[in-house]
Design a protein around this ligand. Structure first.
Ligand code: S3P
Length: 168
């Protein structure tokens, strides 16, 4: 299969965007791109440090720029951060250059994957599970705007998930 547009993975933290993106890129024989990774490389700081020192608005501007740049390179698989698809300017540029795929997962699965990691600044709250729940509900309507939906369940391996996205 020859890819005509970049496949853009969107969805909550813990949905598996990075892992599935890597497997999908291997399957499709294209490059895997990751907006968070590009942002941290350019800033030479972790996402948490960027949020802390420069603020979320600064991060969102960098995210917009990086996604725009990556979308203009050869068709590839692009994993985005969980908040990227909330911004209309990102949805617009993703629609123009790519196909968006929402990796949908239920809250229990998301929580089981993020609970032991301390890398996500938005979950550094007194009650991270509650915060994740609130983000989950608030973000659902935005993710629903994606072109395609693929359900992520614990039964599927990363490779199986990649197959399902490729088929979709
Ligand atoms: C964010 C998700 C993170 C990262 C940043 C903000 C969000 O990416 O972009 O911490 O707003 O949901 P992952 O979805 O890869 O965890």
């Amino acid at each position: 299969m020859r890819l005509k547009k970049t496949v853009v993975l969107v969805g909550m933290m813990g949905a598996g965007k990075t892992a599935v993106g890597t497997a999908l890129a291997r399957l499709l024989n294209v490059e895997v791109l990751d907006s968070d990774e590009e942002i941290t490389r350019a800033a030479d700081r972790s996402i948490a440090e960027i949020f802390q020192r420069d603020g979320e608005a600064f991060f969102r501007d960098r995210e917009y720029e990086v996604i725009g740049r990556l979308l203009r390179s050869a068709p590839a698989v692009l994993s985005t951060g969980g908040g990227a698809f909330l911004a209309e300017r990102n949805r617009d540029q993703i629609r123009e250059f790519g196909v968006s795929v929402w990796l949908r997962a239920d809250l229990d699965l998301l929580w089981s994957r993020v609970r032991h990691k301390n890398t996500r600044p938005l979950l550094r709250t007194a009650n991270p599970r509650q915060t994740l729940t609130e983000l989950y509900h608030a973000r659902q309507p935005f993710y629903e705007l994606a072109d395609l939906v693929v359900d992520s369940t614990p039964e599927y391996s990363v490779e199986e998930m990649a197959e399902r996205v490729a088929q979709a």
